[in-house]
Design a protein around this ligand. Sequence first.
Ligand SMILES: [Zn+2]
Length: 118
Amino acid sequence: MELFFRFDFAAARYLPRLPDSHRCSRLHGHTFQVEFAIRGQPGADSGWLVDFDEVEASIAQLKGDLDHHCLNELAGLENPTTEALAAWLWRRLVTLYPGLHRVTVQEHPSRGVSCFGD
Ligand SMILES: [Zn+2]
């Protein structure tokens, strides 16, 4: 089975390795949409794969670290491309959920990145 969870957060960023002429080199904001998927089999006793309440608590913690922050100020996100953000979220989530299969980050309704490992 595969479970998925979605959340969003708003954050600022700039991409410091781009030339000044590139619009993404300037400070700007996105409302990022995140979806992650966990694969596995439901426990024989519990009947579920993960406790949704636990996942909601993990999401609340992630949102606390990300929402209305400047991503560049977070360790590991000094160059916070959407690719780097997906990998950063992967590293945070896989320690909690070894069955993590995918982390998708959308920076805009028409584009995003899926990460399947680090
Ligand atoms: Zn951007």
